[in-house]
Design a protein around this ligand. Structure first.
Ligand code: PLZ
Length: 450
């Protein structure tokens, strides 16, 4: 049995902040774990980096062979404040020694209420708000839809092309991409409709034009009176870091408000400082009726939230919302610490700085490489879209090859996009400039070699 004992997992920013390859990736100890994984874990659960992680912090992930990889993925946009952030660690340790669980629906406790109060205060909108807590992003989305349906008494929900909202049955229906998320897993929840998204690099439409196209589809094919909610990621994540054209989101919000439709911003990936603002909605000047949060909210612990206008949130009858673990006390302690760091330790500014480094570097690369069709994003959520320069067609093969080789050279990068042709950069905000630049050097040299 392999046991990752060669490295003492110290965690946090005390971990040596360096890219260090002492074996090929995967090294023997990592390979041993991957072999065990192959024979014991369901094949459907994939992995991006072929390593056995034993520690992570600052801007690195350390594996069982002693390799230290630069982390440009944050475990898919989760460790915003940094992995094993000391304040999160301390909060978790204190809470876990106090009590681990009572179930908030059985014996409520203060930290859940404090997380709700914090989310109510931090989310956009100067009106009374309420929150409910769950475990995952998908569960938050499910509950936002439940609440919007109960509030409006209407069945239909509109999502967009390239959307990603999760892997549960309802959220699979809301998610756009068939492979790998949906194929073979149906039938899906009914009364879900898909509207065309604003995707400036591909559709060349202005925001108002793209909004008019979407609204026409909703009115003609769904019927405004049937729509409970429109749900959208203000900046789409898994779909390709798609930033809608200016004016698109405000027009959709206005239409929702004119038609009694609840506008839900899925901020699971872009929210909580990631996009260089507390919420990505702010970048577009919109105020959602409901916001879903998860990922960065609790420094790596599983927590999600739905926050919205009090009258909407209170539409669900008492006992209608909940779950055994939602807002678990250990996770809420982590969230209070992580949210405090996000709010008071300059995380929004840091996300903006990281964005400048990423954008500057990637735009310079793009200027000399026609395979980079587009560079886009906001804050520490930036991506490059790869195309065949001759045809403009998506180049998923190049994208996959570059990402794979970056990992082999000790830089964890993630791909995304409906066409699989986007490399996204989501570093923890605790990464240093030097390490970030080194990671981007590796990406540049790998790209040059392909
Ligand atoms: N909404 C906007 O980005 C999760 C998916 C990883 P869960 N994105 C990462 C994968 O391949 O499973 C996500 C998101 C947006 C909802 C979700 C779902 O969040 O916590 O994964 O359920």
């Amino acid at each position: 049995m392999s046991n990752a004992a060669v490295i003492t997992p110290v965690g946090g920013p005390t971990l040596a902040q360096e890219r260090r390859l002492v074996t090929a990736i995967p090294g023997p100890r990592s390979q041993e774990l991957l072999d065990r994984k192959a024979s014991s874990v369901a094949a459907g659960v994939g992995h991006t980096a072929p390593i056995a992680a034993v520690a992570a912090g600052g801007g690195v992930v350390v594996d069982a062979d002693g390799n230290s990889l630069i982390d440009l993925g944050s475990g898919i946009a989760v460790t915003t404040v940094g992995n094993a952030h000391p304040k999160v660690v301390a909060a978790v340790q204190a809470q876990v020694a106090q009590f681990t669980h009572t179930c908030f629906m059985v014996s409520p406790y203060e930290s859940y209420v404090a997380v709700a109060e914090t989310l109510n205060r931090l989310t956009p909108g100067d009106f009374p708000k309420k929150s409910a807590l769950f475990n995952s992003g998908a569960e938050a989305v499910e509950n936002a839809v439940k609440i919007a349906r109960k509030y409006t008494g209407r069945p239909a929900v509109v999502a967009f092309d390239h959307a990603y909202h999760g892997r549960t049955n309802l959220t699979m229906a809301l998610t756009a991409k068939a492979m790998p998320y949906k194929s073979g897993f149906g039938p899906f929840a009914s009364d879900i409709y898909r509207a065309p998204m604003s995707y400036p690099f591909h559709d060349k439409l202005t925001g108002p034009e793209a909004a008019a196209r979407a609204i026409s589809m909703i009115e003609k094919q769904v019927g405004a009176d049937n729509v409970a909610a429109v749900i959208i990621e203000p900046i789409q994540g898994e779909g390709g870091f798609i930033v809608p054209a200016d004016g698109f989101l405000p027009a959709i919000v206005d239409w929702c408000h004119a038609n009694g439709v609840v506008f839900i911003a899925d901020e699971v990936q872009a929210g909580l400082a990631r996009a260089g603002a507390m919420f990505a909605s702010e970048l577009f000047g919109i105020v959602p009726d409901m916001v879903t949060t998860a990922k960065g909210i609790a420094g790596g612990m599983p927590l999600s939230g739905v926050t919205g206008r009090a009258e909407i949130m209170d539409a669900a009858h008492t006992g209608g919302l909940g779950g055994t673990y939602g807002g678990n006390p250990v996770v809420c302690a982590a969230a209070l610490a992580a949210l405090d760091v996000i709010e008071h330790d300059g995380m929004i500014e840091r996300a903006q700085q990281i964005g400048e480094i990423l954008l500057g570097r990637l735009r310079a690369l793009q200027a000399g490489d026609p395979r980079i069709g587009d560079v886009r994003g906001a804050g520490a959520m930036i991506a490059a879209e790869f195309v065949d320069p001759a045809t403009g067609e998506p180049d998923a093969a190049l994208t996959a090859a570059v990402a794979k080789e970056c990992i082999a050279q000790g830089v964890i990068v993630l791909t995304c996009g409906t066409y699989g042709n986007v490399i996204r950069f989501l570093p923890p905000l605790s990464i240093g400039d030097e390490l970030l630049n080194e990671g981007l050097e590796v990406v540049a040299s790998v790209l040059a070699a392909h």
